[in-house]
Design a protein around this ligand. Sequence first.
Ligand SMILES: [Zn+2]
Length: 260
Amino acid sequence: MTRVNELFNGVVMQVRDYREHDQLIKFLTDKQGPAMFLVRGARRKNFKMASDLLPFTYGQYVGWLSKDRLNYIISVQESNHLTHIATDINANAYATYLLELVDRAFDDGKNIGGWYDQVMAALHLIEKGRDPQIVVNVIEVQLLGRFGILPEWRHCVICGRTEKVMDYSEAYGGLICINHFDQDPHRLHLDPKTVNYLRFFATLNLKKVHEIKVDPLVKRNLRWALDKIYGDQVGLRLKSKRFIDQMGTWTAQLKNWREK
Ligand SMILES: [Zn+2]
């Protein structure tokens, strides 16, 4: 067993009570991806790191990291709170889903390269009040590769053309051009705008994004397309995602009720 006392950047993904006085806290770390920490005494009154270890807190921590066992936090160098995400139900729902998806996409204890910065950029955009659905859609497109789906977004899978009118084909695992629409009757029948956004998202660096403006119809189509791809090809239905879907239903019902 190797245990090294080291400095790492991390964001709190989940907090679970453990035994009488302790907590199990899962971080996404820059050094070892998702990592579970046992925090002794976290449930005691006057626990001195209490505010550094709340959900959606991020910062620099010192801990004992081990690749195959529980990790331990030794001290906190600096911590920050994502207060909008912690208090706004919509932002919170999307950020929770984002982190659950990331947790599923990576193995515990393994370096995730540039992904840590990309996830933090996503959280900061949601924190700043940017459209959380679109931020999460970008990550969903980019994580497909982690789930073993590597869609060809650059050109038609069949002929290699890059022309404007394309559609997504699950059977072919990527885009097909208008000349080959007849090859897959079950293509997703997406409108060109939605397809262009999906292609754009595949390589988008969220650190360079400031404003987000996508019209409501395209947003609905993006949501539909990604739900379809995640349902059919990835086979993933997360609880946090179902909550977002239910929230959409409640909002629609409330709107109907108010308009009556
Ligand atoms: Zn083609």
